[in-house]
Write a protein that binds this ligand. Sequence first.
Ligand code: ZN
Length: 174
Amino acid sequence: MSEYEASPLSRVDIREIANFFRQQCKLIDAKFFPVVEFLEFVMPQLDPHFVWESISRFEMGSKHGLAYPDDKLIKIREDVYEGAVKGNGRDRFTIAHEIGHYFLHKKERVSFARTMGLAEKLPAFRNPEWQADAFAGELLAPPHIIKDMTVFEVVRFCGISQQAARKQLKSCGN
Ligand SMILES: [Zn+2]
């Protein structure tokens, strides 16, 4: 989706949005955010038209997840969903990433950057993929939870991959 450009959002903006959702679930201080339950039970409450589908590997191919905010739909590849249910960090992050697209990238907030020749030099804070990754990091491992943790504690308590934990710890400073 990098040929698209989104309305600018800083990490702090995205942190506030993610914390709003944690608050809605009364999970502001929870170390482990139950992202699968959020997808299945909370999102339909927040948005009565929301649906999500688990799609076979055959149909989804290499895509792990897809979000269609204007159609109120998120598609998650079957094995990714199953992995997330089992607590796999990478799969949990994928679901949170698609939830990020869902809430941040309705049509009016995203435009086609390629036509404007901006695709190469798109700054991170306007890049929908950066924004969705930042949302996933902030939802699953926000700074107020992880600030005094080691990488391994973040992995263990927040249920994200080591790579995502390192990234998230680095971004705590902003
Ligand atoms: Zn994405």
